[in-house]
Each structure stands twice: as structure tokens, then as C-alpha cells.
Ligand binder design. Structure first.
Ligand code: GZL
Ligand code: ZN
Length: 328
């Protein structure tokens, strides 16, 4: 009797849900949705938050996707665990934002054995066999750094010393490797550039404020600094805070801060003259990643690498309206 009672209840509940149209696709079989297992680095920077929002805005159920989103909280082992979980869940695609370049061969091999295509986003994975990933969508970090180095050359013509503090992002990440290589190559080509220090800001404002304050307090009083090359905006915010606290005016006539990402916060500091150069690194990669997935859904092979267009900003290029209009 009891069983009959529960069955009746279940039928009535389903019938009423149908009538009020509340049976969403979540309840119905979702084999028509493309399931994406996405493994994000974390939320260490404004850039990263904008990158995640760009992905979530594209991979929605309305657009035909089921997005399984994992935040690795800055740890590669969490990324590897998430990928293994996606393999067990038999997702259709794995989208990985690799925190650093090394250590991916075996887990990407497992994805290949499970016949799940992997798309790398933002930074690169340095793997033996390039067939371990179907495509990469991101930025050319060496080119970004080269643009910044060319700006230093223009801003400091002649052969007077150019005293540079270099604050790096997460060690071993493609963004750090590319932006560092560009500065080091340019410094080698300009003997009058002096790299005073190379500090690790790990792409965060807090870490940078700490290491920059330590460095400045140890400097002989009022040491000359011409440029601080910050490998992302959050590093620049930390450096700016430390510099101003220690009495270093920032701007074209003082310490020239260079920042990578060009998020709205950095553009605002550039507009008010505190950041000398904002180097764009575009986080809005969702549409490009979807293009790659749609290419593969159509049975075609995507291009291996997709780079986003990026530019530079100085105060002269900016207005309050432009800064407000920026998407991130
Ligand atoms: C760049 C990305 C970097 C950003 C930082 O594409 O990997 O990581 O420049 C972010 O803001 O933390
Ligand atoms: Zn020169």
C-alpha cells in the first residue's frame, strides 16, 4: 500500500511541475548539452576574475553547454585532481588554464586515453607531445613584454642610466616567463639599463606590497628608480602603494610604473598619471574558446594557437569615458 502511496505522490508532483512549466533542463536528460570541464587557476587578480566571468557568460545552458567549473586556488595539484574528476565524469571537453608550464604530460595523456579533447587557455603547458592538446587560446606574452621594452626605449632616449626594478608574476607561468624574457633581452641590448632588482610579486597586490616595502626600506636613502616593470596590474597596485608610502612620487616625472593587463583599475591610475604605461592582456577569451569548440563539434580541426589582439595605453590615449566603457 505504502509503495502505491509514494508512486501516486511522485506522479502528482511531476504532473504539477509540468503544468507550471517548472521542469527545467536540469531535471531533463542533458545529453543535448555539451559538457565542459573547466579548470581555472584561481582568483588571484582582477584579470583572472574577468577571465572566469567571460567563460561563464559563454558556456551557459541557454547556449547549449553544461559547465563544470573548478577553481584550483593557485595549486597545480588541485588542477590535476580536477582533470581526473572530469575524465571520470566523461565530459565532452576539458578547458585548462594551466597555472604553470610544466608537469602536465601524464594527466593530459590520461585525457587523451579517455578521448577527451583538451583546450589550453591563457598560459601554455610545456608538453613533449603537442597532440596532447587540441588548441591553445591566449596571449603572446613575449610580444607584450617587447611592446613595453620598446616604450622604455622611447621614454628614455640617450645613454643615461635607466634604473629598473623588475617585479615578476607567478614563477613558471607563461605570462611570467614571456614578460621576463622580453625585459631581460631588451636590458641585454641596452647596456645603460640597470636592472636594480628582480622581486617575486606572484601576481598579487599583497605579496608585492610586502616585497617592495622590504626592498625600498633597505635602499640607501632616496635611491634613484626610473622604472618599475610590474608583470600584472595587481603587482603595480602593490608597488604603487609601497612607493608612495616610502616617498617616491610615481608618474612620468618620477617612478615610471609599467603594468600588464590594462584592467579598468590600472587604466584609471594611468589616466590620473600614476601608472606610466598599461600593457593590455585581454582576459575576454570565452568567445574564442567557444569558436574552437564549435569547430571541433563540426568535425573540423581547429588552428593550434589563437592569439587575442592587444594594445598599449598611456595617459594621452585615455579619457574617463573610455576607462568607464572597458568591459573589465
Ligand atoms: C595573463 C595571465 C596572468 C595575468 C595576471 O594572461 O596568465 O595571470 O596577467 C593573472 O593578472 O594573474
Ligand atoms: Zn637604448
Amino acid at each position: 500500500m505504502k509503495r502505491f502511496f509514494w508512486m501516486t505522490l511522485l506522479v502528482l508532483a511531476f504532473a504539477s511541475a509540468c503544468r507550471t512549466g517548472t521542469v527545467s533542463r536540469v531535471d531533463s536528460p542533458n545529453e543535448d548539452l555539451t559538457v565542459i570541464g573547466m579548470c581555472q587557476v584561481g582568483a588571484e587578480s582582477d584579470w583572472r576574475v574577468a577571465n572566469s566571468e567571460s567563460m561563464k557568460a559563454v558556456f551557459t545552458e541557454e547556449n547549449g553547454y553544461r559547465l563544470l567549473f573548478e577553481d584550483a586556488r593557485q595549486k597545480q595539484e588541485n588542477q590535476i585532481t580536477a582533470i581526473r574528476k572530469f575524465i571520470q565524469q566523461q565530459v565532452d571537453y576539458i578547458v585548462l588554464m594551466p597555472i604553470s608550464e610544466s608537469g602536465w604530460d601524464s594527466v593530459l595523456q590520461e585525457a587523451r586515453e579517455a578521448e577527451i579533447p583538451v583546450i589550453l587557455v591563457d598560459r601554455m603547458a610545456d608538453v613533449e607531445d603537442e597532440d596532447l592538446y587540441a588548441a591553445h587560446v591566449g596571449s603572446d606574452f613575449l610580444a607584450e613584454g617587447a611592446r613595453a621594452a620598446a616604450w622604455i626605449e622611447e621614454a628614455f632616449p640617450g645613454e643615461d642610466p635607466v634604473r629598473i626594478i623588475h617585479i615578476q608574476g607567478t614563477q613558471g607561468s607563461t605570462a611570467q616567463l614571456g614578460r621576463t624574457a622580453a625585459l631581460e633581452e631588451a636590458a641585454a641590448a641596452h647596456p645603460h639599463w640597470e636592472l636594480l632588482a628582480q622581486l617575486d610579486g606572484d601576481f598579487t597586490q599583497a605579496k608585492t606590497y610586502e616585497v617592495m616595502t622590504d626592498y625600498l626600506t633597505a635602499l640607501p636613502d632616496g635611491g634613484d628608480i626610473d622604472v618599475v616593470y610590474c608583470e600584472n596590474d595587481n603587482i603595480a597596485f602593490g608597488a604603487l602603494q609601497a612607493l608612495e608610502e616610502q616617498g617616491y612620487p610615481c608618474g612620468r616625472k618620477g617612478v615610471n610604473i609599467i603594468a600588464f593587463d590594462a584592467t579598468r583599475g590600472a587604466l584609471a591610475e594611468c589616466l590620473n598619471g600614476k601608472i606610466a604605461l598599461a600593457v593590455e592582456c585581454n582576459p575576454l577569451l570565452g568567445p574564442l574558446v567557444e569558436e574552437v569548440i564549435q569547430t571541433m563539434e563540426a568535425g573540423r580541426t581547429p588552428e593550434k594557437h589563437h592569439y587575442v589582439e592587444e594594445q598599449l595605453f598611456t595617459r594621452e590615449d585615455l579619457t574617463a569615458a573610455l576607462v568607464d566603457s572597458r568591459e573589465y
